[in-house]
Design a protein around this ligand. Structure first.
Ligand SMILES: [Zn+2]
Length: 216
């Protein structure tokens, strides 16, 4: 079972990220609060929004954030005690899971897996052996996809191209992102330039024309 993404999947994620940028990002570096205000279809909550038991329950789920979907709503919960760049990444990573419809796809994958191996279970945590390996590999791909979505949304190629940072450090400062994200985006941007700046969606061109990049 593969744990890497196909290049067509990277292109698809880039196009979805640019659609979200088009709808909800007004300038770079991103103003995460403005993005959350702009997205009306998701209920955003902080770890500190309720009593201590909610915070403890949330920390058991993740140090940084998590999201879930029910039949009538999408909820994104993030740790507002984390450093700001980490909060930003975590929120956008969870937006990736929701925007790429990962919850539905994961459920369908689980159902297919149970059919394929003739399993009678309703809970992925009951999986063992090869079905568990396959399920974990599928989830790993989704994590990579959500990370890539976050990287692209926080510093898309066209925006990096407009400011041409000389180093990952400069990119980090301009886009107000973490070290890891800056390293990944800097290398990914160089590869994109070597490939002659391929465009995955029309939104990239529009975003480049419409969204200002504010350099401090
Ligand atoms: Zn995730």
């Amino acid at each position: 079972m593969r744990t890497t993404l196909y290049s067509s999947e990277y292109d698809y994620i880039t196009s979805i990220a640019n659609k979200v940028i088009y709808k909800h990002v007004k300038s770079y570096p991103v103003d995460i609060n403005a993005i959350m205000d702009s997205i009306k279809s998701i209920c955003f909550k902080t770890y500190s929004c309720s009593d201590n038991s909610f915070r403890e329950k949330s920390l058991k789920m993740s140090d940084t954030g998590y999201s879930y979907q029910t039949s009538d709503k999408k909820v994104l919960v993030y740790n507002d005690a984390a450093p700001q760049t980490s909060q930003n990444f975590s929120i956008v990573h969870e937006l990736g899971h929701l925007g790429l419809d990962h919850f539905t796809k994961r459920e369908l994958f689980f159902e297919d897996l149970c059919t394929e191996y003739n399993l009678c279970t309703y809970d992925p945590s009951e999986l063992t052996g090869i079905p568990l390996e396959n399920y974990n590999a599928f989830c790993e791909c989704q994590e990579k996809a959500a990370n890539y979505f976050a990287d692209v949304l926080l510093a898309p190629n066209w925006a990096i191209d407009s400011v041409k940072p000389a180093s990952p450090n400069e990119l980090r400062e301009i886009f107000n992102i973490g070290n890891t994200c800056a390293e990944i985006r800097f290398n990914s941007f160089k590869r994109w330039v070597r490939l002659n700046r391929p465009i995955c969606s029309q939104f990239e061109r529009i975003n480049r024309m419409m969204i200002p990049i504010c350099i401090k």
